[in-house]
Write a protein that binds this ligand. Structure first.
Ligand code: PLP
Length: 368
């Protein structure tokens, strides 16, 4: 029996160890622990990677969404559209601005926001759409941006799972007024702790987030608005700067593994994969299938030494913390049906073809 981890960070970091150590050592030697060169250099490199003019490093992906919405003036009385099939790090920062949420169900093939259902969710209070590039697959940004233009809405991408994904050649993060990234350790680009970023082409939005993340400062001793401490940690920026250089290669490996999974699952009626429409170039943060009797299948895979995950077992509108929203089960049928069948398979840079074939063979056996 093989033992297949869900993700293998030690193996990913091992060949980079000397570079990572040197980058960390440099910060320690200079003692520029807050702000400093490492943050500025990473911000410049990540903006370039995303094809945007500005990047503002922040404390994590949740705070990135909060700061982006805040900088764009979203607050009490406003409504923001997003999906119920995502991590709570998408919805919590929307609510933290004081705005309300209008959920829109996902599309059964892509698992991303069903753009045909967005307009029905728009009210006179709606100010923004936060599409999520779930699992690393871009949402349908052309349609989302066109709806946003017609209804005068702001688009803020939740690109927390989609570093380097592309849509007709254009990078995720370059479609909205702003886009938010998480560098949680397990992400395609992961720090050695919490970290995040907002990218944007809008100079004023970037400047406002720079101030908001740093105590509302306009200069060292002058504070022009109520701000926060949501800065990107300098040691994390140093680590991210090293890892960013390897990200294109890692994403390429993830795409190759995904292509192999797709090949191996072709014709398997009991295994539904997520569709990648033409022109979409996902980065497979997760490789998610839908299978009947998911819990039993997951148990069989565990017995075969295969670690899996579920993203996400309980949709946001059914979370206990959101009981006050009074959204009944049945309201978002695609998300709810999927939640019972979703299973995330191991996928990580360095995963061997033998490992991929073993996972696929065991899954095919388990669903038979
Ligand atoms: C889709 C999505 N949105 C938001 C977040 C929040 O990011 P963080 O955990 O860095 O706060 C995450 C990741 O955890 C995520 O996957």
């Amino acid at each position: 029996m093989q033992k297949i981890p869900f993700l293998d960070l030690p193996a990913q970091h091992a060949p980079l160890r000397a570079e990572l150590d040197a980058a960390i050592q440099k910060v320690i030697d200079k003692c520029d622990f807050i702000g400093g060169n490492a943050v500025r250099e990473f911000e410049a490199a990540f903006a370039e990677f995303c094809g945007t003019r500005y990047c503002v490093g922040v404390s994590n992906g949740t705070d990135a969404i909060f700061l982006a919405l805040k900088a764009l003036g979203i607050g009490p009385g406003d409504e923001v559209i997003t999906v119920p099939n995502t991590f709570i790090g998408t919805s919590a920062p929307i609510l933290r601005t004081g705005a309300g949420i209008r959920f829109v169900d996902c599309h059964p093939e892509t698992m991303n926001i069903d753009v045909s259902k967005i307009e029905a969710a728009i009210t006179h209070r709606t100010r923004a759409i936060v599409p999520v590039h779930l699992y690393g697959q871009p949402a349908d940004m052309a349609t989302i941006n066109s709806i946003a233009r017609q209804h005068d809405l702001i688009v803020v991408e939740d690109a927390a799972q989609a570093h380097g994904a592309r849509l007709h050649g254009k990078p995720a993060g370059s479609f909205g007024r702003a886009a938010c990234f998480s560098f949680y350790p397990g992400k395609n680009l992961g720090a050695f702790g919490d970290a995040g970023a907002v990218v944007t082409d809008d100079e004023n939005v970037a400047a406002r987030i720079r101030s908001l993340r740093d105590a509302g400062r306009s200069s060292k001793y002058e504070h022009t608005e109520d701000g926060y401490n949501h800065r990107l940690d300098t040691l994390q920026a140093a680590v991210l700067g090293v890892k960013l250089r390897y990200l294109p290669e890692w994403n390429q490996q993830r795409r190759q593994i995904a292509a192999r999974y797709h090949e191996l699952f072709a014709g398997q009626d009991n295994i539904t994969t997520v569709t990648e429409p033409p022109g979409y170039e996902g980065v497979y943060h997760l490789f998610v299938v839908r299978v009947p009797q998911r819990d039993a299948v997951q148990k069989k895979l565990a017995e075969a030494g295969i670690d899996t995950g579920i993203h996400y077992p309980l949709p946001l509108h059914l979370q206990p913390v959101y009981a006050g929203m009074n959204i009944a089960r049945g309201r978002f049928p695609v998300t709810e049906a999927a939640a019972e069948r979703l299973l995330s398979l191991p996928i990580f840079p360095g995963m061997t073809d033998t490992q991929v074939e073993y996972v696929a063979a065991e899954l095919i056996k388990a669903v038979a």
